[in-house]
Design a protein around this ligand. Structure first.
Ligand code: PLP
Length: 445
């Protein structure tokens, strides 16, 4: 292939063919493939994005939920441009990382101290190391179907069968360190009681898969009580909910204080970055001046690009807007209208499906007897079991009508979505559902 050809002039099909011989599997993330080949995108602004063929989409993927302010928010762009000319990265301490940490501290109740990392996966990886060191116990309890990134410790339990590591390349011995549990307080307690090697509990506080399998607020409260009772470190994974459910995440909304919090996406202004926050006592383990049990620093943590100035600049600009609460008021209002409108579409088309979701998210469950179930009681596996061919019909049906969801279960809104987006979205949704009906892929009432 000629590396001098301007790839931006190629069509999605041409790009996909070219990608086969340069990128492993043609992609940079498992989830970005869509058969027969994915649409390639070249531009985004506000709530819209454009593929290389010039087609416009209303975007409900919003950078995997990172772009709470919309694409290219003027404050974030200005901060990036200004920092780019001052130097993007020095690999030293620098003033902006302090301002960024202070904003996180101000907004997130559990973040008495903050340490920055480069992604959500790194955030959960570091948080588990800190929690294990603090609790002095090796095992971690996590929940069925919850997603915490892709490192070795968190892959088991992210999908069925939960007792099996769902990927090649992770040593079987890791299994002994993770206890996968259903989202049920009694089952959590019985495991904590029976196995005193469990010293940490980690939870995706939206419920599995950014809330496609909802979690009860009472369970989150029970986790706090149980972690206190059994002396465990409670980690709230707020990579999605942080700065989205409220400026201070789901913990601020519910008034539940975990011991540690993992963050990414919005916390970094939609740039590559992440953070952990925790009590001053726990986070002391990351102090390079401390020596504990002969280890100085007590916990090793490196990472060339942690809190780089360019990411810090975007993050500070974004969190100043997040702090106002305006993005949440707008995004939640639009998401609520979409949820109501989509349910109306399903009712009119007499399809057995239910629309639900919290804050600025919406999910659709196309399941048998969906309407007669309380969504909380639908088994997680059922929610995620829509057949691959049906998903393709649905996702392509939306895309060909100019709408892109975050995944087949639904999407997220942002500060940039407006009332004007509602009708075209509902039309596209109705069209995609009719495609599913025509293909015989959904149950009719
Ligand atoms: C709840 C949760 N935790 C962790 C991660 C991993 O974050 P990243 O993709 O930045 O590694 C994600 C990613 O979507 C997530 O949703």
């Amino acid at each position: 292939m000629n590396a001098n050809v301007d790839v931006r002039s190629l069509s999605s099909r041409e790009l996909w063919e070219r990608a086969q011989i340069s990128l492993a599997g043609g992609v940079s993330h498992d989830g970005r493939f869509l058969p027969p080949y994915p649409a390639y995108f070249s531009r985004a602004r506000g709530a819209r994005k454009w593929d290389v063929e010039g087609r416009e989409y209303i975007d409900y993927a919003m950078g995997s939920a990172a772009m709470m302010l919309g694409h290219s928010h003027p404050d974030v762009v200005a901060a990036l441009v200004s920092q780019a000319s001052e130097g993007t990265f020095f690999a030293t301490v620098h003033p902006l990382e302090i301002q960024w940490a202070e904003l996180v501290q101000e907004l997130v109740p559990s973040a008495e101290r903050v340490r920055f990392v480069a992604s959500g996966t790194e955030a959960t990886m570091l948080a588990l190391r800190v929690a294990r060191a603090y609790s002095k116990r090796p095992k971690v309890l996590r929940f069925e179907g919850h997603f915490h990134g892709w490192h070795d410790y968190v892959v088991q339990g992210m999908k069925t069968p939960y007792d099996r590591i769902p990927t090649l390349g992770v040593p079987d011995c890791i299994r002994e360190t993770m206890v996968v549990c259903p989202t049920d307080a009694h089952q959590v307690e019985s495991r904590l009681k029976a196995d005193r090697q469990i010293g940490t509990v980690i939870c995706e506080v939206s419920g599995a898969n950014w809330g496609s399998v909802p979690i009860a607020d009472e369970l989150l409260r029970a986790l706090r009580t149980l972690c206190d009772r059994y002396d465990c470190v409670l980690i709230f994974d707020e990579v999605i909910t942080g700065f989205r459910w409220s400026p201070g995440g789901k913990q601020a909304l519910l008034g539940i204080k975990p011991d540690m919090t993992t963050m990414a996406k919005i916390v970094a202004g939609g740039m590559p970055g992440g953070a952990i926050g925790g009590s001053a006592e726990i986070m002391r383990l990351l102090d390079p001046r401390q020596e504990i049990e002969g280890f100085k620093p007590p916990i090793i943590h490196r990472g060339t690009f942690n809190a780089s100035p360019i990411v810090s600049a975007a993050a500070v600009a974004a969190l100043k807007v997040i702090r106002t609460g305006e993005p949440h008021r707008q995004a939640n209002r639009i998401a609520a209208q979409l949820r109501a409108g989509m349910q109306r579409v399903l009712d009119q088309l007499q399809v057995d499906a239910i629309v639900y979701g919290e804050a600025s998210t919406f999910h659709v469950y196309f399941g048998q007897h969906a309407r007669r179930s309380i969504i909380d009681q639908v088994p997680p596996d059922a929610i995620r079991s829509m057949k691959r061919d049906a998903l393709d019909v649905y996702t392509c049906g939306l895309r060909k009508r100019g709408v892109d969801f975050m995944s087949y279960t639904g999407g997220v809104t942002s500060l940039a979505h407006t009332d004007a987006d509602i009708d075209p979205t509902l039309e596209a949704f109705a069209g995609a559902v009719k495609d599913l009906i025509d293909a015989g892929k959904v149950t009719r009432l």
